[in-house]
Structures are given as C-alpha cells and as structure tokens.
Design a binder for this molecule. Sequence first.
Ligand code: FAD
Length: 431
Amino acid sequence: MQHTPYWWDAAGEPDAPESPITLPAKADVVVIGAGLTGLSAARTLARAGRDVLVVESGAPGSGASSRNGGQVGGGHRLPPASLDAQYGKDTATRLLREAHIDSIDFFTSLIDDESIDCDWQPVGRFRGCNNRREYEQNARALEQLNRRIGTHAYPVKSSEQQSEIATDLYHGGTVFPTHGAINPAKFTYGLWRAARDAGAAFACHTSVLGVSTNARASIVKTTRGDVIAGAVLAATNGYSTTALPTIARRIVPVPSFIVATETLGRNRVRALMPSGRVYVESRARHCYFRPSPDGERLVFGGRAALCDVPDRFATSQLRSLMLDVFPELSGAALTHSWRGHTGFSFAQIPHVGTVDGVEVAMGYSGNGNTMAPYLGHKAALRILGDADAETAFSQTAFETRFWHRGKRWFLPAADMRFRVQDIWQKLTNSL
Ligand SMILES: Cc1cc2nc3c(=O)[nH]c(=O)nc-3n(C[C@H](O)[C@H](O)[C@H](O)COP(=O)(O)OP(=O)(O)OC[C@H]3O[C@@H](n4cnc5c(N)ncnc54)[C@H](O)[C@@H]3O)c2cc1C
C-alpha cells in the first residue's frame, strides 16, 4: 500500500528542482503558500509586472492542491436559502454565480491560456441524495438556482439513477453538467510553471515565522531571513499555522482521506459508473469518488475522520464507505491511501480580504480546484488596485470563535459528534 497520492504516480512528487535562491531583501509582494491560491495570485501579480516572492514551507503543491480528489466544479456547502438569509439576495446571487459559473470559466481559460495538460475531462458531476425528502428539496432548490443563475443542472429520479451509478444507496440525485475531473497534481504543477514563467520567484522549503505590518510595508520573518514587502498575501488555507495567529484562528484544518483501488479494468469501472462522471453525496460522511483518468480504477475519498487518525484506520473506514456504495468491490484491493487538509471557515464559505494588514484568500471548505485559482487571482487584483478585483467573497464572514486559538484540540470531540450523526442518518434512512 502506498501512502502517497495516486496522482503523483503520473505527475511526480511535489518537488522544487531549482537550487534555493538567496532571499531578496525586498519584494513588492510576498505570497505565503504555493498551492492553487498562491500560485494563481503569483501568476497574476508577476504578469502585471510586480516583483513577487512566493515563500513555501515544502515544495509547490505539497499542501492540499496536489492531493485532492480532482473533482472540478463550483457550489457551496450552504444552500441558497441560507446564503440569502445571511448575506441578502443580491450578494447571495453573486456568491452563487461566481462559484457555479465564473470560477469554472476562470479554470477553463487558465488551462487553455497556459496549455496546462491536467487530464481535464468535462464529464459532469452527479450528487447522490441521502433520502427521498432530500431529493425533493433538492429538485425544488435546483429549479430556483437555474432560474436565478442558469447552471443547467438537472435532477435525476431514483428510478433513472442506474444510468448514472450502479448503487441503491442514493435516492435520486442531481447532475451538474459543467463540472468535471482533473489530475490535481498535474494542474498544480502546470500552474506553478505558469507563475514561474511569468517571473515569480520561489523560496521553497522556507517557512514564514511571522509578519509585522505598518502603514508603509510589512516585514516577513522567515526561516531564511527577513524580507520587506509592499504587500503580503496569506494563501495557506488548511495548512495555516500559528505563525499568523489571527488567520489561523479563522480557519479549521479538517483532514480528508482518499484511496485508489487496484486496476479493475475499464468495463468494470464503467459498469459501476455508467455516465463516467465525478460523484459526490449528501451524507454526513461526504464521500466523493470518480474513475481514474484512464478509466481503469476507482478513486474514492471521504471523511474517514475529522481528526488525524492512523493510516490503517483511515483506510479501513474508507473501504467500508466504498462498500456501502459498491458492495461488489468487496474483493478489490486498495493500492494507495493518502490524506490532506481542507481549510474550513466557520461560515463554510471562502473569503478574500485583509486580516491584520495581511491579504487572505482561503476557507474553501473542501472545494478549491476552481475557487482557489479564481480567488487567488482576485486577491492579486485587490493588491494591484484593479477594478476587476470586485468579488462577493470579500463580503463573506471570516470570523473566529473564542475557543479556537489556532490549534485543533476540539476536532476529536467534533469527530465523536459526527460519528453519532452518521449512525443516526443510517438509522433514520432505514426506517
Ligand atoms: C483530500 C482532499 C480532497 C479534496 N478534494 C477536492 C476536490 O475533489 N475538488 C475540489 O475542488 N477541492 C478539493 N479539495 C480542496 C482543495 O484541494 C483545496 O481547497 C485547495 O487545494 C486549496 O488550495 P490552497 O492553495 O489554498 O491551499 P494548499 O494547497 O493547502 O496550500 C497551502 C500551502 O501553504 C503552505 N504554508 C502554510 N503555512 C506556511 C508558512 N508559514 N510558510 C510557508 N508556507 C506555508 C503549505 O505548505 C501549503 O503548501 C480537497 C482537499 C483535500 C485535502
């Protein structure tokens, strides 16, 4: 069993092949973190002629960006009605449009403009419903969403579900035809090359230890010396640390886990997922899965736990979740099992803004392949003072709780609560 992402087999491990640069004394902008957010921001800033230094603790993509499930597509954890109640109808509509349409448009032009070969397959996404009541609510909400922003998403009744997926676990679902699949490591490395070719400098295997800001500049303290920066962008999402304590207190790093099966063969994979889409579900376990880019395996992710658990435990949890969906895979071996950290904001929606003089773009809450490059770009435009910086995500809540001091002490308790919720969901669905 390999404990590295399946994607790295084809794309290679995150690596920083250039010899380490001597840190410059000054930069127009220091970007902290070289995942999809930081790389996209660095590309935009460098293309606008700014002197950009990206400081990354590991190698580009070594956070969540090269490890994720490779599902592409927008959407929010919160339903439109909750967004309306919290942000008002106009802002909520813009939040929906940017997530469902603008961020996907940005993603597709990015891979076209930069010729990023990332195994992009615009196959659409099926979201399975946990029970009939939820299906009916979803179908009504979808009608409103289509009227409001035109996503072209459509419901699939449980009687027609077998054309999408060979399981009885779901009670119908929704298809989002503009979503799709990538190899996330290839995408991240492609974006890294684009940022580097645009002129951004990288200091990898270098950690930011703190930032102090005054009206004119910031001093970024790193493990390899200080840099004076005109502006600083924190693009650290689920890997945020107490080096920037006010930001770390606003993000909850929640682990997510993935396994890949052995080669099952195209026919078998196609029989399980006849429409060949990417798949998510509305259960508390929030499983997400898809065929591998070559169509030979199943790549299956989910919330095996809310806190860090041993590999063996995570793998067995995922195996049992996978068998809930596809019991016929009981004899299939797993070849890869890995994990990464998603970054949740308390409002469960991303945010772009300024915290203690540092620009931030984060809080993707598990959905960052389109949102992170899109909001990294928006954050860069804010720094540039560009009119196109406008985004409704600068109006989302980015709050902390008095009990979150930046460390994840509360996640084991949350994990227990979530397991009880899961058991309850199973019981009530079987009634
Ligand atoms: C297992 C898993 C599955 C997922 N599946 C999907 C999916 O299918 N579809 C989807 O859209 N999204 C998915 N996501 C979410 C998506 O991967 C993230 O939202 C996205 O990658 C966030 O990008 P980022 O650049 O903001 O953060 P990251 O890629 O996490 O990068 C943050 C970087 O900051 C660096 N850093 C942190 N602190 C410091 C410091 N002090 N100094 C220097 N560097 C620092 C870290 O080393 C890290 O490289 C998944 C996430 C995980 C973990």
